[in-house]
Design a protein around this ligand. Structure first.
Ligand code: 5AD
Length: 451
């Protein structure tokens, strides 16, 4: 039996995929370790969305080579970078044993065992062998379904689909994750029921374009998309308290979904709605298929149904050809909407994506300056959106002790604001009311009210 170290880069879906891998390894009797120095197997689940993420994973794998100086260690790259780079990774990283793509996470345990067997049986350290599996697999979307829950864990991610058909010109995801494929509703509902049976109170549904769930597989009924039908089915799950999803695309965010926020009490008052740019010219070049005006109108409609809904976003600065004026429009739009928070990314050229071939790549100094400037706007709004909570009572789902100060507890509001508070051990895993005393902008601080 082996000790396995798994490190995950990138998004929540990658975290969820790693959890599936961990569950299968644990089930076969292996142990998961957080200490890389004691690992028999090192698995890095990678991200390709920006170059930096790839460089980090490659650098880490290089550093961890030292572990195999005095004992056999199996090394594997999983996920997005493994998918797009495939066998070429074996040339770049000579000590690599496994390369497993995004539709094969459920095979990792088996491959790890094969690799261990060969390594441990080998008399010489330099015996070369490798396993590369980056094939497509139909129904791979249904293989991410098992969980490893911590003690008193009350939140969980549920992967409801894989892939993306949108082809935004900056984005590598369609190449790393394949085309859109969704799981049947009954599988998802039964996974959520099992989680709730184990104490989970909040689930976050995951998909690359989550609101387009099921559009190829299932019919719209009574004007309700398959995604809204899924939300309705989950609303019925007794014991589930909160329902989140990430990330939707403004395209396909229709009336049926907007009005769900007013109608389904478990659906929380938060939506992460990627904007990417506030310039129509750049949105067009990104192939986002909406305009700034349409985005504003969508936000207005969402807010008219749910006035206090928290809205967060993703924005890219320095897309090829983005002029000072284009950027100014993004800045202005961010300021007009007043997002609760945002991830701001400097455009990163991704090999073989349409935008990589565009002329007028924006110099790094300009991307850096716009990144910095936009973060100022975002941070100002984050603070402004948090201030009204001071002095108020809010409902928190307590996730456990705060990482920075274990004497305190941490939880989230329905609007996804982080709250650190003074509480008691019985609050862990509970829904409770907290009175907010102060805000730093990103974190609210307070005291538990109910016991
Ligand atoms: N460069 C910078 N940011 C990117 N994103 C996706 N591709 C790129 C890229 N090439 C950002 C988008 C997306 C988020 C997950 O990552 O904003 O919404």
């Amino acid at each position: 039996m082996a000790r396995i170290y798994i490190k995950t880069y990138g998004c929540q879906m990658n975290e969820r995929d790693s959890e599936q891998v961990a569950q299968m390894l644990l089930q076969r009797g292996h142990t998961i370790t957080v200490k890389e120095e004691e690992a028999d197997v090192v698995l890095l689940n990678t991200c390709s969305v920006r170059d930096l993420a790839e460089q980090k994973a490659l650098g880490k794998m290089g550093m961890l080579r030292a572990l195999s100086q005095d004992r056999p260690v199996v090394y594997g790259f999983l996920g997005c970078m493994a998918q797009i780079r495939g066998t070429t990774l074996l040339d770049e990283v000579p000590h690599l044993d496994l390369v497993v793509g995004t539709q094969k996470f459920h095979r990792v345990a088996e491959y790890v065992e094969k690799a261990i067997e060969q390594k441990w049986a080998a008399r010489q350290d330099d015996v070369r062998f490798s396993i590369v599996d980056v094939e497509e697999e139909s129904a791979s979307q249904s293989t991410i379904r098992d969980h490893v829950l911590g003690k008193r864990q009350v939140t969980a991610f549920v992967s409801i689909m894989q892939g993306c058909n949108m082809h935004c010109t900056f984005c590598i995801v369609p190449y790393t994750r394949g085309h859109e494929r969704s799981r049947p509703q009954h599988e998802i509902v039964s996974e959520v029921k099992t989680l709730v049976g184990q104490g989970v109170k909040e689930v976050t549904l995951l998909g690359q374009i989550v609101n387009l769930y099921g559009r190829h597989e299932f019919a719209t009924l009574d004007g309700k998309s398959p995604f809204v039908q899924l939300l309705e089915a989950l609303q019925q799950v007794a014991g589930l308290e909160r329902l989140r999803f990430t990330s939707p695309h403004p395209i396909g965010f229709r009336h049926d979904l907007i009005e769900s926020f007013g109608r389904l009490p478990k659906l929380v008052e938060h939506v992460h709605l990627p904007l990417q740019s506030g310039s129509n010219r750049i949105l067009k070049a990104m192939h986002r298929t909406y305009t700034a005006e349409k985005f504003i109108s969508l936000v207005d409609r969402i807010r008219s149904v749910t006035p206090n809904i928290a809205i967060t976003t993703d924005i890219i600065v320095g897309f090829p050809g983005e002029s000072d004026d284009d950027y100014a429009q993004t800045r202005q739009l961010a300021d007009r909407i007043g997002f609760d928070n945002a991830f701001v990314f400097k455009y990163s050229k991704r090999k073989d994506t349409p935008a990589a071939k565009l002329d007028q790549q924006v110099p790094d100094s300009v991307r850096e300056a716009r990144n910095h400037d936009l973060l100022d706007v975002i941070n100002t709004w984050t603070k402004r959106r948090s201030e009204p909570f001071v002095g108020r009572e809010v409902e928190i789902l307590c996730e456990g002790p705060s990482k920075t100060n274990p004497a305190r507890l941490v939880g989230r509001t329905r609007g996804n604001k982080i709250v650190v508070f003074e509480g008691a051990p019985q609050h862990v895993g509970a829904l409770l009311n907290v009175r907010i005393a102060r805000s730093t902008g990103y974190t609210l601080y307070g005291e538990a009210l109910s016991s």
